[in-house]
Design a protein around this ligand. Structure first.
Ligand code: NAD
Ligand code: ZN
Length: 269
């Protein structure tokens, strides 16, 4: 049962949200760390957040990678910084939760045409999301800084005596796919996110504090041009005042109810 199901008003909001999603020409979703909290991955900010626990990570991660890739690779293969060790262990164990599966269901019902995630945890993929744009990368992948080709981290041949690894296609530097602080978002993924958000007349924003740009900007832009913004979060955020509907509660409970309601709209009775 959702936090929204116990009183009349939130339920009405849930019905309205289902209807708006159903009627939209092209809806997209934007997700953040909050959708994976119930998979055991803490967000960065707030109570229990990784930054709260370990302090702020270096804000010049990309610069450090590029200026000394050998050292960055040694750290990547055998992390020593507490926050990185903590994050890697947690990411390795996590499994998709009801929120990820409900979003995949919304896609298969045609209620969502594409999903932009800020998460690097691979959980939307594992839940079966198809039209997926991982704007901050994926921790299971590597990426060539030259030709942008992605490789599976697990299967990429890495010679620890000759770091950093080089791209088999263009011989450029290989780095992890996750977008570090100070690193530009890879242009092809950014272009895809812009393309789907320009087309969208409705956006479902779930579990993001909406403080990281350009991701938050897609929602702001859609709302400003008169599109529908449906927000799901236990707490109000910087986007809430722009929201057409704010559904207060956890991602799994609300998305489960929302996908059930949309299923019923598709199969009345
Ligand atoms: P954030 O940490 O800034 O905010 C998390 C949001 O989730 C908050 O607004 C919080 O109220 C909400 N939340 C908490 N529990 C929730 C729940 N059960 N259901 C729904 N919402 C819930 O996260 P952000 O906005 O995604 O920005 C942080 C940046 O850190 C992103 O760029 C992301 O790349 C990265 N990050 C990723 C992961 C991951 O891959 N799972 C985890 C931590 C941080
Ligand atoms: Zn390359």
């Amino acid at each position: 049962m959702s936090g929204g199901s116990d009183s009349k008003k939130p339920d009405t909001n849930l019905d309205r949200a289902a209807q708006l999603l159903n009627e939209a020409e092209f809806s997209i979703a934007l997700t953040g760390a909050g959708v994976s909290v119930e998979s055991g991955i803490p967000p960065f900010r707030g109570p229990g957040g990784l930054w709260t626990k370990y302090g702020e990570p270096p804000l010049d991660g990309y610069e450090r990678f590029i200026s000394d890739p050998k050292r960055a690779w040694e750290e990547l293969l055998k992390p020593t910084e507490d926050w990185l060790v903590g994050l890697r262990q947690t990411l390795g164990r996590a499994k998709p939760n009801v929120a990820h599966f409900s979003l995949a269901k919304l896609e298969s019902l045609g209620a969502i045409g594409a999903l932009i995630t800020q998460n690097v945890d691979d959980l939307h993929r594992q839940a079966g999301q198809r039209e997926l744009y991982e704007i901050h990368g994926n921790f299971k992948l590597l990426r060539c800084v030259g030709c942008s080709e992605r490789f599976s981290f697990e299967n990429f041949p890495i010679d620890v005596k000759s770091l950093p690894p080089k791209c088999p296609n263009c011989k450029e530097l290989i780095k992890d796919d996750t977008v570090h602080f100070g690193e530009p978002i890879p242009s092809e993924i950014l272009a895809s996110c812009e393309r789907v958000s320009e087309r969208a007349d409705c956006i479902l924003v779930v579990g993001t504090s909406a403080t990281v740009y350009p991701a938050a900007g897609f929602a702001v832009e859609i709302a400003r041009r008169g599109g529908t913004l449906i927000e799901i979060n236990p707490e109000p955020t910087e986007l809430t005042e722009l929201a057409t509907i704010f559904l207060g509660g956890t991602a799994s409970a609300i998305l489960n109810d929302l996908s059930e309601k949309i299923l019923r709209l598709h199969r009345p009775g």
